[in-house]
Design a protein around this ligand. Structure first.
Ligand SMILES: [Zn+2]
Length: 434
């Protein structure tokens, strides 16, 4: 309701400049739809716009290294979660603003410019001024870098944007700058300049989380190199994105895609629930400069480029198989939250004891380990339970967790024993064998 009433308050501002007639600024907060955030009136972030082939550079100000590089600004996607620094570009708290130079591959008839941001709080609103040049001639970098406030800079103010009156939505904010109300053009341009300001000047961390900049010239463009969709058996489709990590594209194409094509349908078949349908479409995105290994949020798998680059011969593919389990799980969050050792234990059971070959399987140090150590230790314990009590026990465990019905009693229901007793049984049996 809050979002709806804020939408009702959406403002449409108009501003005249000398270069083109009356650019119109439309702005809107996203609502949560069936497939994720949706903008009721404005288009979703596009991956077929002229921005794909644009070069975006920060020519003034400083990027916050906790966020992503400028590459996220034309990858065709809104951030995958409400507060996902790695999916957004934002400026450092040390600067008051900065300027992004957008260089199109060739002069284009610009119909509209759209900008997308996503943050649940003070970093959601957008404040910037958009400048264009009268000339489409190639300009030198130092010429382009002159302050647009300087009247000889060659830059002309197109319009100013301030979405603060809309408030903020965890689902995202979109702005569209158009010429008039129809198919009019904002002019023929090679260069655009976005002069970004802090949301609130006195809020040190008030730098907007920008997800995407789209430049619409009325034509369809190829998706950015590194984006591809894999259609697999059972009507499933996986969208891969290595736009930020082109060095990983050959590995994704040759190694990862066949593994996903084989294992996603297998995992779906292994973890069913009555009336439940696993996601038909999801994304696997590799991010440059991301720390950690990988995570899954809803139908977005996000992988840390640097870690994958260093582990292509080793654990890289298995780490994605682990995330595929999370895509299939779609456990409900909230009150009846499944303990994470069960969630991760199931993912690592599938990964290490179904997908990985025998010789790679982890060994457990029984002097220190416990059943709720999570990941591979719990995975090894679940493997023992699957071998001794039947593999369907994992299907049932996953089903309970997906319904939000997992409790300690689940173990008694499935095996007639407590989880502590099952663990002792496992430790004893392994010790006898070794
Ligand atoms: Zn996990």
């Amino acid at each position: 309701m809050l979002v709806r009433s804020l939408l009702a308050a959406a403002i449409v501002g108009a501003l005249t400049t000398s270069s083109v007639a009356k650019p119109v600024v439309e702005m809107e907060l996203a609502v949560m739809g069936g497939q994720g955030p949706e903008f009721p009136k404005l288009p979703a972030a596009a991956d077929d716009d002229a921005g794909n082939a644009a070069t975006i550079t920060l020519i003034d100000g400083r990027r916050d290294p906790n966020g992503a590089g400028v590459g996220v600004l034309n990858d065709g996607e809104l951030a995958s979660a409400a507060d996902a620094p790695q999916s957004n570009f934002f400026l450092s708290p040390e600067v008051d603003g900065g300027r992004l130079l957008i260089t199109l591959d060739e002069p284009r008839d610009v119909k509209s410019v759209r900008t997308y941001s996503r943050h649940p709080g003070g970093r959601g609103p957008q404040r910037y001024a958009l400048y264009v040049r009268d000339s489409v001639d190639e300009a030198a970098q130092d010429e382009l870098a002159t302050d647009p406030a300087d009247e000889n800079s060659g830059w002309k103010l197109l319009t100013e944007v301030d979405t603060r009156k809309l408030g903020t939505s965890p689902n995202g904010t979109a702005v569209a700058i158009k010429a008039g109300d129809g198919d009019d053009s904002l002019g023929r341009h090679r260069y655009l300049l976005m002069a970004i300001e802090k949301v609130e000047p006195d809020d040190m961390f008030g730098q907007t989380f920008y997800s995407e900049i789209d430049i619409d010239d009325g034509q369809q463009h190829d998706p950015p190199p590194g984006r591809s969709t894999l259609e697999i058996e059972g009507g499933y489709a996986i969208e891969f994105d290595t736009t930020q990590t082109p060095q990983l594209t050959p590995w994704v194409d040759k190694v990862l895609k066949p593994i996903c094509a084989e294992w996603y349908p297998k995992i779906v078949a292994m973890f069913p629930s009555e009336g439940y349908e696993a996601p038909r479409r999801f994304t696997i995105t590799f991010r440059a400069g991301m720390r950690g290994v990988a995570y899954t949020a809803g139908t977005s798998v996000v992988c840390a480029g640097p870690w994958f680059e260093g582990n292509l011969e080793g654990e890289a593919a298995g780490a994605v198989v682990h995330e595929l389990v999370h895509v299939v799980q779609q456990f409900r969050r909230g009150r009846a939250r499944t303990p994470s050792w069960v969630v991760e234990g199931l993912a690592d059971y599938l990964r290490w004891f179904c997908y990985e070959p025998q010789e790679k399987r982890p060994r457990v140090n029984f002097d220190r380990a416990n059943f709720d150590d999570s990941y591979r230790t719990t995975g090894a314990f679940f493997d023992y339970l699957a071998r001794t009590h039947g593999a369907e026990i994992m299907t049932k465990l996953n089903d309970r967790a997906r319904r939000g019905e997992y409790t300690e009693q689940t173990w008694e229901d499935l095996t007639g024993k407590s989880v502590e007793d099952l663990w002792l049984e496992y430790v004893q049996s392994e010790r006898q064998q070794n």
